[in-house]
Design a protein around this ligand. Sequence first.
Ligand code: 6PG
Length: 230
Amino acid sequence: MHQLNEFDTREALDAALADKVANILSDAVALKGRASIAVSGGSTPKGFFHALSKKDLPWSDITVTLADERWVSIDSDASNTRLVHENLLQNNAINAKFFHLKQGEALTQETLADLNLAAKSALLPLDVLILGMGEDGHTASLFPCSEQIDECLASSTSPLLKVKPTTAPHERISFSFAYLKPSKNTILHISGLNKKAVLEKALSETDRRAMPIRAFLHDPEINTQVYWAE
Ligand code: 6PG
């Protein structure tokens, strides 16, 4: 299920989302001494990242990671790791821990196995999951065009999977739906009229393979908070 939160401006959305996420992270650290958040790449979240980076939080007890990553050099313009370091891990948030999805040169089965073990102990279940959405209804790197989509959506699989989309560049590593579903707070952050229309299409039918974001929007056990501004 989902709840739609609409804002008059993207700036107002970014500020409200940063406030909400800061409160969740602060409460999680107070309760259990640590917190974890997975964010998404793309162009949408930069303003939110800047607002969250300025929050006065126990950042050294907070681990930031990505819902997915392109398997490119972290110096590349296409790197989500670079995007997060340049926009979120700044200001107060410079003291946060970062769990690297891009490790080593090749995304081998051994690398995946090591990352899966580390993610289970250091991150999962997430306290906060921030998802984006493409115009094809993909989220994270759960792409409808990829041969891996059935495993990405399966109820029983590994936390992290190698994904090769056919309509988007780069080999990717992505958390699977099965390990994103238990996140304590799931937020879909989108903006613009095009994405609003994609959201309405995603809500109008239930085929998750066709639009993977539906796995989060239609699951009765997930209360997906949609944050949208024009
Ligand atoms: C990625 C993201 C991806 C992104 C959507 C939306 O690695 O590209 O994880 O899922 O969130 O494609 O991207 P925009 O915000 O640029 O529309």
